[in-house]
Design a protein around this ligand. Structure first.
Ligand code: SF4
Ligand code: MSK
Length: 645
């Protein structure tokens, strides 16, 4: 059995894992050791799409067998990959749909607790969608924007409106390849249909449909989610907060919100701040109410309100083991069933809120937008009532500061100022070599690799080699825990050109850009770099890359797929789900390069991953005629120690 120090590099998590061991509690870190996996499943060569199966093809002898229906290994592997894309797209997009529905209710006055917080963004989105502005009331405009966005889900033909924001050459590629996304739901349904038994049996055709579906996520469902959340809850601006289990408080009622949709968490933030709720907490002996987040919902309320983060996805069970959480309030996605079992042994209430996501050992308080604040108050009250039932508490004294809340709008503003907002300084920094390239490091944690370790190593090496790093999701939280999201680290770790820019603008070299759906912000930022000029005519020409070093969710595959189809070279770590088929893997890793001008890649070793990203960026710089020869900075132990927190 692995030592706790091999399971995670996060000190707070190590402390909690020791506690779990001492108390005989089970977490993902232990369960992963019992689940050894299956070679066929890992290769993507196991099919259970119909009741004649399951059928398994040995990837070492792919020509020796076929499925009962005659499916070969290429078809099976491609179909499994496609279903991951469809699953990921559906999750992001259903989230986006919920936000569109809330905006419509708010605009009609039927969700009285929500209001339009960012009117400028509403007008910008309205203009992009061709919604008339004129002298109309703000709620009329919001209603039409919400309805137009909602209609994107059921759209049957034509081109998704937000995808029209992409650079012209990119749109031409999509049109030529016939992968321009039509409607969001249509692409998901079609991909699920194609991968039924006896439908699409041409792996290349399936993989092209994957691109179309994923584009409906990045430039559709996820973008609807991000844009409308900004309109409803405000576009984030940089603010300071704290992260790690040490943000929980021994003398306050701790409520942890976990999941993805800020429709719920925004109301919990409001309810917890009400004087009546604070007073209620005092009546049960607590000093107040302390709200913290886990996973992406944490990123949403961090970037809009500065609410601290208790941890990333692999810390959800560990947060409960502190014994200090009165309620963990969950909605959808990335919520481990294991939290229910832990909660059943302690005083914590797991409160499910979505009719789409119920779980054993949980209490269900269903959330409805038309009574949002009242329901949020009910949830906060339930947590307060739990406070006197607390047993022994042990909160790791580990927390770190971070600055979060960067996005396309703020980059524009911070570089160009209010009156000449522009990407010009960013593009100039890239062109003159002070910024070598821009890399998105995104995705989940996965207990199959040491928790947080690869995120941190990859990110440190990228910034040490002159790259500006933009992060989302749980990856962002891994790195924030090490203090890398503070402006003062720039001079310590970055080459001179990059730290000069960071200091001049007052930013860290690693920018926290939000949650999983906010990867759509990175698409917009890439498009803005193209439009600014000097770095080519298409996203594929930019010296940029993406990676997900510790990914686990289908959503990560969908994100990677839309990044690649949008022209961004993207490397994933841990394991790669198509290795059972040489043809499928080559299509994604090579043929996509001819078609989409950049490819997927797989590299579990963090140093090699950074090497691949840097050589890709340098090749792009050379193609643009802006290359400058430079040595790779390898991160040695002394440098690692210097940045230890
Ligand atoms: Fe087997 Fe074909 Fe059915 Fe898949 S679809 S389980 S390969 S018979
Ligand atoms: S929460 S999808 S574990 S990033 Fe978005 Fe984290 Fe991955 Fe879930």
């Amino acid at each position: 059995m692995a030592e706790n120090e091999e399971k995670t590099v996060c000190k707070a998590s190590i402390e909690m894992l020791k506690k779990a061991e001492a108390e005989g509690m089970d977490t993902a870190f232990q369960r992963v050791e019992q689940q050894k996996g299956c070679a066929f499943g890992e290769a993507g060569s196991c099919c259970r799409l119909c009741n004649m199966g399951p059928c398994r093809i040995n990837p070492k002898k792919p020509d020796e067998s076929r499925g009962v229906c005659g499916a070969n290994i290429d078809t099976i592997v491609a179909r499994n990959f496609a279903r991951m894309v469809a699953g990921g797209t559906s999750a992001h997009s259903d989230h986006g749909r919920a936000v569109a529905e809330t905006l419509i209710l708010a605009a009609k006055g039927e969700a009285k607790d929500y209001e339009i917080k960012d009117r400028i963004k509403l007008l910008e989105v309205a203009a992009d969608l061709g919604v008339e502005i004129g002298e109309r009331e703000i709620n009329d405009i919001a209603l039409e924007v919400g309805e137009r966005c909602l209609a994107m889900f059921g759209q049957q033909e034509g081109e998704l409106a937000f995808a029209l924001r992409a650079p012209e050459p990119r749109k031409e590629i999509w049109r030529d390849l016939r992968v321009f996304p039509r409607g969001i739901d249509r692409e998901v349904v079609e991909l699920m249909h194609r991968t039924n038994i006896g439908v699409d049996q041409d792996y290349e055709n399936i993989l092209m449909a994957c691109a179309r579906c994923a584009l409906a996520d990045g430039w559709g469902g996820s973008m609807v989610g991000t844009e409308l959340q900004d309109i409803l809850f405000g576009t984030p601006v940089p603010l300071e907060s704290k992260i790690n289990l040490g943000v929980l408080k021994e003398d306050e009622v701790n409520i942890v919100v976990h999941g993805h949709e800020p429709i719920l968490s925004e109301m919990i933030v409001l309810a917890a701040s009400l004087p009546e709720m604070q007073e209620k907490a005092k009546q049960v002996g607590a000093k107040g109410i302390n709200l913290a987040g886990i996973c992406c919902t944490a990123n949403e309320i961090l970037t809009r309100h500065g609410i601290p983060i208790a941890g990333n996805v692999l810390q959800q069970e560990l947060a409960l083991l502190t014994g200090a959480v009165e309620a963990m309030v969950v909605d959808v996605q990335c919520i481990y069933q294991g939290i229910g079992q832990i909660a059943s042994c302690i005083h914590t209430d797991i409160i499910t809120t979505s009719p789409k996501a119920k779980m054993p050992y949980a209490r269900h308080i269903e959330f409805h937008e038309d009574r949002a604040l009242d329901i949020a108050k009910e949830i906060v009250s339930a947590a307060i009532e739990n406070f006197p039932k607390r047993g022994k508490v042990s909160i790791p004294d580990v927390r770190e500061s971070l600055i979060a809340g960067f996005n396309h709008e703020y980059i524009n503003y911070m570089l160009g100022g209010k009156f000449r907002a522009s990407y010009r300084p960013l593009n100039d920094g890239v062109i003159d070599g002070r910024i070598r390239g821009v890399v998105g490091v995104v995705g989940c944690n996965n207990p199959r690799v040491t928790h947080d370790d690869i995120h941190v190593r990859v990110t440190k090496e990228l910034v040490a080699n002159g790259c500006l790093v933009v992060m989302t999701g749980c990856a962002a939280q891994s790195v924030a825990k090490t203090g890398l999201m503070l402006p003062e680290v720039a001079r310590k770790i970055c080459p001179q050109g990059l730290w000069e820019i960071c200091e001049a603008v007052g930013i860290p070299p690693v920018l926290h850009c939000g949650s999983c759906v906010d990867n759509s912000r990175i698409l917009i930022a890439c498009t803005a770099m193209v439009h600014e000029g000097g770095l080519g005519d298409d996203i594929s020409e930019l010296p940029v890359a993406g990676c997900a070093p510790e990914w686990m969710s289908e959503k990560a595959i969908s994100i990677g797929e839309y990044f690649v189809a949008s022209g961004v070279y993207t490397v994933f770590g841990v394991k790669w789900p198509t290795l059972g088929s040489k043809n499928v893997t080559e299509f994604l890793f090579q043929k996509y390069g001819e078609l989409f001008k950049n490819t997927w890649d797989f590299e579990p070793d963090p140093e090699k991953m950074v090497g691949k990203i840097l050589s890709h960026i340098d090749n792009k710089r050379e193609a643009l005629g802006i290359s400058a020869k430079r040595e790779r900075v390898l991160f040695d132990m002394a440098m690692r120690r210097e940045l230890e927190v």
